[in-house]
Design a protein around this ligand. Structure first.
Ligand code: 5AD
Ligand code: SF4
Length: 478
């Protein structure tokens, strides 16, 4: 089969210039042969990885809806399948390769089926090489900077009967007004910035997602107002590192200003993710404490509690600074919950260094923590470090950490017993039709007995019991 190529290059993607970010506000370009192309056809999207990918999939769904495709949740019924992939760790990529392999049979049964792979994984030359060598069933590969080009890429694929690869490795722009089909009519993701310039030494994101670039505050506020008018109850402001918001714009506003303006719109719940412990200002904390609709939940990725490890990771803070920030957050924001991310087994981490991470977990007593074993990402500095620590040692440390994390999560949950919390009711629980489920203000998953008529509303729930990961209760006046 022929190929039309624009291949990724991680080295190119890691460059940063001082060039101004381009703001694009044009209509989506749809080639004439693609107008109505999706009529009586269906699309299936599978999303891996973080909220940025979830949000991108909503744009891809919006673009396919413009072409008149309808959604299906069964890939056997689909005329086009999109896999929106993640590259953060090797196991994320392995899952995608497994899924791609299983699609071979579908393509055999239906040669008109179009299969496309997009997202962070295909920003890496190695992954694209593997797909091209091993998986002939893939028709289109497009990158994180190429989403708006999807109608043209499908058109080229059909017209040229060729495999199409279009992955740009560039710093990126800000594109407004792309169509969107949101997953939920209660909770919405709102991008506030794209990319990352922090270059933590283990992380592939600055290469796959380009440079830090913010949307204009007026565009974000407009989007939140519209969501409120449509009846949305919650927005989550999204960025790889939200406290860098505004830095590239030179408009004199920052993330604290944005938070305050979003809060004033009056939508019931405002959340944000992810905030780096570096540059997390006191003003941000004060504003979160000041507004009732800014939810008391902070994800504060630690990665390591050891100063030497933090330096090697290029995290820009030390354990003492982290501890101080944590204390300020807990003492200023009433009822706040704090979660974190921790990496075990960064190259040559010693037992003593790992112990400092455990000490920090003992100190912060996190409400929850995502724990990972270091996964070398080709193209990052940490992947070039020679690592002497055997995997069984890393596993043993990882298990010790998991145990500690579960203990504190349970302890924090126990403190809720007997209290009443506000829950945004999302629906019936996955496991039991008689139980409703939703999240508290502090982002605890709450399963409770209540009135199904209140799905979509915020209700009071009295907490009667807990598990390590959830609160259990009964609706007050339910
Ligand atoms: N190996 C393991 N964990 C990683 N993370 C990012 N890159 C890697 C890697 N190479 C983790 C960090 C980050 C979270 C999203 O994923 O903890 O905060
Ligand atoms: Fe990766 Fe660090 Fe950027 Fe987070 S802040 S996306 S861990 S480089």
């Amino acid at each position: 089969m022929k190929r039309c190529n624009s291949l990724p290059c991680l080295k190119e993607a890691g460059k940063r210039s001082k060039n101004e970010v381009e703001l694009i506000k044009e209509e989506l370009h749809i080639p004439s042969s693609m107008i109505d192309f999706g009529k009586n056809k269906k699309y299936y999207i599978r999303t891996y990885g973080c909220q940025a990918n979830e949000r991108d999939s909503e744009t891809i769904a919006g673009i396919l809806a413009e072409l008149k495709y309808e959604r299906t949740d069964n890939h056997n019924d689909a005329d086009i399948i999109i896999l929106n992939t993640c590259a953060i760790r090797q196991n994320a990529e392995d899952k995608v390769f497994g899924e791609i392999g299983s699609l071979k049979a579908l393509k055999k049964n239906n040669p008109n089926l179009i299969i496309a792979v997009c997202g962070c994984m295909v920003q890496q030359e190695k992954s694209v090489e593997i797909i091209l060598k091993t998986y002939p069933q893939i028709d289109v590969i497009f990158g994180t900077h190429n989403i708006q080009r999807l109608p043209s890429l499908i058109e080229q694929c059909l017209r040229n009967k060729a495999k199409i690869i279009e992955v740009f490795s560039k710093e990126g722009e800000v594109i407004e007004n792309l169509p969107i089909q949101r997953e939920s009519n209660l909770k919405a993701w709102v991008n506030i910035m794209y990319g990352c310039d922090k270059f933590c030494t283990y992380c592939i994101v600055p290469y796959t997602r380009g440079k830090e670039r913010s949307r204009l505050m007026e565009d974000i506020l407009e989007e939140v107002k519209e969501l409120k008018e449509k009846g949305y109850k919650e927005v989550t402001l999204l960025g790889q590192n939200v406290n860098a918001y505004g830095k590239n714009l030179d408009k004199g506003y920052d993330f604290a200003d944005l938070l305050e303006e979003v809060a004033k719109i009056g939508i019931e719940r405002v959340r944000f993710t992810t905030s780096h412990p570096w540059n997390f200002t006191d003003r941000m904390i004060d504003i979160i404490a000041k507004y009732d609709n800014l939810m008391p939940f902070i994800h504060l990725p630690l990665q390591s509690g050891d100063d030497n490890m933090l330096r090697k990771m290029n995290r820009r803070y030390n354990s003492e600074e982290y501890r101080r920030l944590h204390d300020k957050i807990r003492s200023t924001i009433p009822g706040v919950a704090v979660s974190t991310d921790i990496i075990v087994g960064f190259p040559n981490e010693t037992e003593e260094e790992f112990q400092h991470t455990l000490d920090m977990v003992d100190y912060c007593k996190y409400d929850s923590a995502f724990t990972f074993i270091f996964s070398p990402r080709e193209g990052t500095p940490a992947a070039r470090m020679i690592d002497e620590t055997p995997m069984n040692v890393k596993m043993e440390r990882f298990n010790r950490l998991l145990e500690k994390v579960a203990t504190y999560s349970r302890m924090r949950n126990e403190a809720y017993i007997g209290k009443t919390v506000k829950v945004l009711v999302e629906g019936v629980s996955k496991k039991n039709d008689d139980i409703l489920s939703g999240y508290s203000e502090s982002q605890k998953l709450v399963n409770f007995k209540g009135n199904k008529d209140n799905i979509g509303k915020i209700v009071d729930v009295k907490i009667t019991d807990i598990t390590s990961w959830t609160l259990l209760g009964e609706e007050v006046n339910g």
